[in-house]
Ligand binder design. Structure first.
Ligand code: URA
Length: 220
């Protein structure tokens, strides 16, 4: 797809998200927050769900946690308009609670379509919920953060890079340190991918394969 075709396709997805009115999250004053960024992005950040400020501005990651994420993007030599930023869930859950499985399932086709259109080289999962999507529900953020993994996605190999959520980094100094350290690896990973070098482990050991199967069969 050309950049214009991707842009139009992403706009169509955004329109479809808006047309749902929020699905299971529909409520007065709740706005759609489809995501934003470069249709040709090599890196796609996927967070959890919009919060108060995101709902107000209809843009992802613009509150306190968002400011940290966006600063880390810039501090590591990327431009905000070079990447794509979105969430697992496209409307704000009441009181910023965690999205529930039905809400995640409702918005999954829209996110999958965004990933397919953008076709990024790296998916950075920001927080637990997007990590579960790619690494399975048994993945533990403390164990896997900052390590890239290669996953099969729609018949293609994609590199997934799990990170702590920037909101968790704001709450805990140690998490902040890990969040910032992990971020520094992104440029190197992207350079390696662009040079055709092998990245990360394939999900081929027993435990990970099991998790993957369970996720695909939706046993959990
Ligand atoms: N947290 C998220 O996960 N997403 C946002 O857009 C903002 C905060």
């Amino acid at each position: 797809m050309t950049t214009d075709e991707k842009k139009n396709a992403l706009q169509k997805v955004a329109d479809e998200i808006a047309a749902t009115g929020g699905g299971p999250l529909a409520a007065a004053g709740v706005n759609s927050v489809p995501g934003e960024g470069n249709p040709d992005a090599e890196i796609m950040f996927i967070g959890e769900a919009p919060g108060f400020h995101e709902n107000e501005e209809r843009r992802p990651f613009v509150g306190q946690a968002g400011k940290l994420l966006r600063k880390a993007i810039r501090d590591n030599g990327f431009r905000e308009d070079e990447v794509y930023i979105t969430n697992i869930v496209k409307y704000r859950p009441p009181g910023n609670r965690d999205p529930d499985p039905a809400e995640i399932a409702f918005f999954q086709p829209f996110l999958d379509k965004q990933i397919e259109i953008i076709d990024p080289k790296i998916i950075v999962t920001v927080g637990r919920f997007s990590m579960y999507k790619f690494l399975g529900p048994a993945a533990g953020i403390t164990k896997v953060h900052g390590q890239s993994r290669t996953r099969e996605w729609n018949g293609k190999e994609i590199v997934v890079f799990p990170m702590f959520h920037s909101a968790a980094a704001l709450r805990d100094g140690k998490v902040m340190q890990m969040f910032l350290e992990d971020f520094k690896k992104l440029r190197e990973i992207l350079d390696k991918i662009n040079k055709g070098q092998n990245i990360g482990r394939k999900m081929e050991d027993h435990q990970e394969a099991k998790e993957e199967t369970e996720e695909q069969l939706k046993l959990v």
